[in-house]
Design a protein around this ligand. Sequence first.
Ligand SMILES: Cc1cc2nc3c(=O)[nH]c(=O)nc-3n(C[C@H](O)[C@H](O)[C@H](O)COP(=O)(O)OP(=O)(O)OC[C@H]3O[C@@H](n4cnc5c(N)ncnc54)[C@H](O)[C@@H]3O)c2cc1C
Ligand code: SF4
Length: 323
Amino acid sequence: MLMPPFELHHPTSVAEAVDLASSLMEQGLGFDWVAGGTDVLPNYKWRINPQPHVISLAAIEEAHSLLPTSIGCMVRLDALTADNGVHPLLVEAAAKVASSLIRKSATVGGNLCLDTRCFWYNQGEDWRRSIDWCHKADCGTGADCRVIPNQNTLCVATYQGDLAPNFMVLGASVHLIGPQGERQLPLSEFYALDGMKKNVLEPGEFLLKVTLPEEAFSRVGSYQKLRVRDSWDFPEAGVAASWIPSQPESLKIASTALESIPRLHNEEVSKTLASNGMEPVAMAAAIHKAVKPVNNTALPPRYRRSMVKTLTKRALRALQQGE
Ligand SMILES: Cc1cc2nc3c(=O)[nH]c(=O)nc-3n(C[C@H](O)[C@H](O)[C@H](O)COP(=O)(O)OP(=O)(O)OC[C@H]3O[C@@H](n4cnc5c(N)ncnc54)[C@H](O)[C@@H]3O)c2cc1C
Ligand code: SF4
């Protein structure tokens, strides 16, 4: 498959990247950010929403900085190791992303900003043409959504990144920068429940780094992932949990690959703690009730949803055994 033509830009500072984005927007020219390119470039080869301009974040030194509580967007997943002082839960989660080869290019920023996925969308151009396209990549035809037809207001493509729920249960924040300046928000507020919009990034804005509170290092965690092939597949369901040992009230649980956003389950956790304490079966039932996967990934939604119970129980038992 041939790459469609695009102009590649290599800004060497955050300011230059933001200026470049502003200038392209003023000229009405579409662009994408690229980090490791392991997701966006295969999509381009499949002619999935390619843009005429691509801005690489690779030459921005600040974006590569790696400290235990501050991880730049260009940090590669294979650098998330204990030797680099990274939280053990992030080490565990990063090691479960894709394959070792992909992890050498894939980045933290690209993982957190990963495009949502759907089996009607992540296909070659000929395949998509044969079904007359779909709403998210409709090639100007006004095609319908194939998962929830007769409505073209919402795309329910699934977010299938592994790192986000793990960062969420450690209380991470994201630092965004763009033409309107810099802002910081909890990662749990970064995602938008819309498979096309995906997150709250404004036009021209990018994710510069993710930070953790010091308190994160008092937490132990566990990440449980369901996938078809352990060697490299995307999660079909994922549950992350963390707590400060022997303090049930500190428990946090987040899920991924079950809807268009990764979700932090604060409400379900606090209600269940109040009624049943940190009891794995009751907690698993509450998380199971909160998620509603749709039929657009490799495994059937009913199976993925039922596995949420198993994954949650495994995660909580791992926390309790590590006490
Ligand atoms: C075979 C295969 C298996 C995979 N398995 C998994 C898996 O198991 N789990 C998983 O989580 N992922 C998986 N992936 C997806 C992907 O490789 C990873 O999510 C990776 O971390 C993406 O990072 P990247 O730097 O390559 O992103 P890119 O491809 O460069 O970018 C991804 C998206 O994020 C945007 N973006 C990148 N950086 C930024 C930024 N700093 N600010 C704003 N937007 C940004 C891009 O515009 C693009 O839309 C898989 C991919 C392949 C090809
Ligand atoms: S959920 Fe609907 S609009 Fe979104 S990618 Fe799938 S088929 Fe297309």
